[in-house]
Design a protein. Structure first.
Length: 304
């Protein structure tokens, strides 16, 4: 099975601390690399996680609070200094387009690669990127600024050929691709061999959802049904649920409620408030509702 991983570059929130960095992750899918959010200093953590600057294909920004985007221009500037030539695609809330263009013109004008801005309508759930390996969907969230999460869905793989059946029926190699794509086989004697007898099913497609920042949305699980791995912000413990609602954030307990309702495979917590020097209480509260939950930390890598 090809890699589908999440590299945690930063899992802190707005106020800088010595133990966590601002929000950023790299999603690795079948040898391709996509960044989600780009807080201040992200390029340093990107180097530490050994992801090549030149391999980063796109950056997805959830919203325009600084702890999610202040590292973007600096990273693009560095890409220009390190000889990047391939285009970089930036997906971000639509209202950032004009400012982004001005910032690029002022700070990053001289470069040998194209930066393509893709405006995202944060109010709609829609497909915003698709290739042969992956489909990315926007997830409307509720925050103090226009904000959305991102859902990365692996494209279905072709079934696996049964070598024993190919040999048994003496099927020429030139027909293998047709069989992978759904064809059966007819023998010289006229026997029809169904497609299902010639293949074994591929593994189910995996999926990863990134939801930060947002207050608790009781219906959010409807967009996240059966995803393999969910990252959901957990800024506060349940003792400060009122503060979470006031500032449009969530508690670890609420993140677990979303995970349970969506029937996800596993839950990752992050975007911790700077007031907490350790996050065990967040983990404890979440585990009481949804057992397969993990705290994120810089440098961690999770298999989706």
């Amino acid at each position: 099975m090809e890699p589908f991983k999440v590299h945690i570059l930063g899992c802190g929130s707005a106020v800088p601390t010595n133990h966590h960095r601002p929000s950023s992750q790299v999603v690795e899918v079948r040898g391709k690399f996509f960044m989600v959010d780009c807080g201040e200093g992200t390029q340093l953590n990107l180097r530490n996680c050994r992801v090549s600057f030149s391999k980063l294909q796109a950056v997805f920004i959830s919203h325009m609070h600084g702890d999610h985007c202040f590292g973007l221009l600096g990273m693009i500037s560095t890409f220009g200094l390190t000889g990047r030539t391939t285009p970089l695609h930036v997906y971000a809330p639509a209202d950032y387009a004009t400012l982004f263009e001005r910032q690029m013109d002022y700070f990053c004008k001289r470069r040998d690669f194209e930066v393509v801005f893709h405006p995202v309508d944060t109010t709609r759930h829609m497909v915003i990127f698709e290739d042969r390996s992956l489909r990315v969907e926007s997830i409307p969230l509720e925050h103090r600024l226009p904000c959305c999460g991102y859902l990365f869905r692996e494209q279905p793989s072709l079934p696996h050929i049964r070598r024993d059946m190919i040999d048994f029926y003496h099927i020429p190699i030139c027909y293998i691709n047709n069989i992978k794509n759904g064809a059966g086989w007819e023998t010289p004697e006229g026997e029809k061999v169904p497609h299902e007898r010639l293949v074994t099913p591929a593994a189910p497609p995996r999926s990863y959802a990134y939801c930060s920042d947002t207050r608790y949305i009781p219906t959010l699980h409807e967009l996240l049904k059966d995803v393999s791995t969910l990252y959901h912000e957990s800024t506060y413990t349940s003792h400060e649920a009122d503060k979470a609602a006031l500032y449009y954030h969530s508690t670890g307990e609420q993140a677990a409620q979303v995970a349970k309702a969506a029937n996800v495979g596993k839950l990752l917590l992050g975007h911790y408030s700077a007031r907490y020097h350790e996050e065990n209480q967040l983990l404890k509260e979440a585990k009481s509702i949804f057992p397969n939950v993990y705290l994120t930390d810089e440098g961690m890598v999770f298999d989706v």
